[in-house]
Design a binder for this molecule. Structure first.
Ligand code: HEC
Length: 122
């Protein structure tokens, strides 16, 4: 009888732990994607010049993701003004005006933006 009780207790403990882990994982994932998109459309106002699949004032996110992937660039470094433009250097002056905003963001926020842009690569 004692043994049975012990086994049930262990089973309960294990199943609870599993649930908690799953919960933490999913919370983490959504937090990252949501904040990337939120920063892009909200605080960063990047959406004013960048659309997912169409060039407007700035290149499309698909183009940016593709070029950064093939050239192994760092969007985070670019947004900190630590690396040169590789997508459309002739229009760099327009993009430069946004560095005041991106430089005020921390690394996690910049990585979230980068992740959001990469989510459009095919
Ligand atoms: C006023 C319009 C405008 C806004 C707002 C804007 N961009 Fe841009 N962006 C551009 C233009 C134009 C280019 C093309 C010039 C270039 O490639 O540097 C560009 C290029 C880029 C590139 C490619 C850089 C490269 O290597 O050539 C990235 C990445 C980027 N923007 C990210 C962002 C992010 C993130 C935001 C929001 C914080 C943002 N942009 C807001 C106009 C804008």
């Amino acid at each position: 009888m004692k043994k049975l009780f012990l086994i049930i207790t262990i089973l309960l403990l294990v199943s609870c732990q599993n649930k908690q882990e799953k919960k933490e994982n999913s919370v983490h994932e959504t937090a990252v994607t949501v904040s990337g998109q939120e920063l892009f459309e909200g605080e960063g106002n990047c959406i004013a010049c960048h659309k997912p699949d169409q060039k407007i004032i700035g290149p499309s996110l698909q183009d940016i993701a593709k070029i950064y992937k093939t050239q192994k660039g760092s969007i985070v470094a670019f947004l900190k003004e630590e690396s040169d433009p590789i997508v459309d250097p002739s229009q760099y002056d327009i993009m430069k005006t946004n560095f005041a905003i991106t430089k005020s963001m921390n690394d996690d926020q910049l990585k979230a933006l980068e992740g959001y842009i990469y989510s459009f690569s095919k």
